[in-house]
Design a protein around this ligand. Structure first.
Ligand code: R5P
Length: 297
């Protein structure tokens, strides 16, 4: 097996290769003055099971095009199989035609990956794993919630109160509780499907005097996390921490979450960021050790 770390996941790709004891095929990357990407494999992948590691966080469109270029080039160079490790899967939130005539983005991305020769996709906490699994390439969706909870447990937060967003998201808090012990519940967040605005319902949380950790899959504008952290503080929690798998946030957003009452904002390296204190490499390695996919198309 050979690992090709894409320009958006160079560090994570190298970590995965090191843990797998697999050869790394470096990629030379150049951005032309007009913004177009050019990649070049600095090694031979002919006849090999190739694992391309490339996240598709911001700038999503550029990172996606690079992923397509990496996969299609690996196929042209004679790779035996191509597995795309896409730690953050962009466009997964557009997982159906919400309105007539609208694009079904998640399907389009998977179709393009298949066309570029990808036989298997490995991703982490994608927005709608059940939907991804019905598309034209086998998708394995991994969860990094346990790793985030483990990060806090190792720092002495055993017994902390685990919280997640909205009733539908309660599974996330339950998953974290399996590692942390303590109680779990959900913050009553609701998203308006038309405006996208997040509001809070009225739901008492038994967090008085507790150390509480609020988990979410994504922090982007930070609106949801800020409201949740402030609510948990209002409910009497002594200390509140914010944890997310995909930190799409800017430093300014991190500051706002801290101002809302969080003592720390923690994310993983699915999207390399100043808060990426937890690596998903062990999860990905475990999944890759199972098998790699055939070349499609
Ligand atoms: C929603 O489905 C996700 O789980 C996150 O809560 C959401 O993407 C966070 O977005 P923002 O940080 O912009 O509020």
């Amino acid at each position: 097996m050979m690992v090709v770390p894409g320009p958006a996941s160079t560090e994570l790709g190298k970590l995965v290769a090191a843990e797998l004891k697999a050869k790394v095929v470096p990629v030379e990357f150049k951005r032309f003055p007009d913004g177009e990407s050019r990649i070049r494999f600095e090694g031979d992948v002919k006849g090999e099971d190739v694992v391309v590691v490339q996240t598709t966080g911001p700038p999503q469109n550029e990172n996606l095009v690079q992923l397509f270029l990496l996969a299609d080039t690996a196929r042209d160079l004679g790779a035996k199989s191509i597995t795309a490790v896409v730690p953050y899967f962009a466009y997964a939130r557009q997982d159906k035609r919400f309105r007539p005539g609208e694009c079904f983005s998640a399907k389009t991305i998977v179709t393009l990956l298949r066309t570029c020769g990808v036989g298997k996709i490995v991703t982490v906490n994608s927005h709608n794993p059940a939907l991804l699994k019905t598309l034209s390439v086998p998708v394995e969706d991994l969860s990094a919630i346990g790793l985030l909870a483990e990060y806090f447990r190792k720092r002495g937060f055993e017994g902390a109160f685990s919280l997640s967003m909205g009733k539908k998201g309660l599974d996330t808090a339950v998953e974290a509780r399996k590692v942390l012990g303590g109680d779990c519940d959900y913050v009553p967040t609701q998203r308006d499907v038309v405006t996208g605005n997040v509001t809070l319902g009225k739901k008492p949380l038994a967090v008085k005097g507790e150390v509480a950790i609020v988990f979410d899959d994504i922090v982007s504008s930070g609106g949801t996390m800020m409201k949740a952290v402030a609510y948990v503080k209002e409910q009497g929690a002594k200390h509140v921490y914010s944890a997310c798998v995909h930190p799409l946030l800017t430093d300014e957003v991190r500051e706002k979450i801290l101002k809302a009452g969080a003592e720390e904002v923690v994310g993983t390296d699915t999207v390399p960021n100043v808060v990426s204190n937890v690596s998903v490499a062990p999860l990905i390695v475990k999944a890759l050790k199972k098998r790699v996919g055939p070349v499609c198309g």
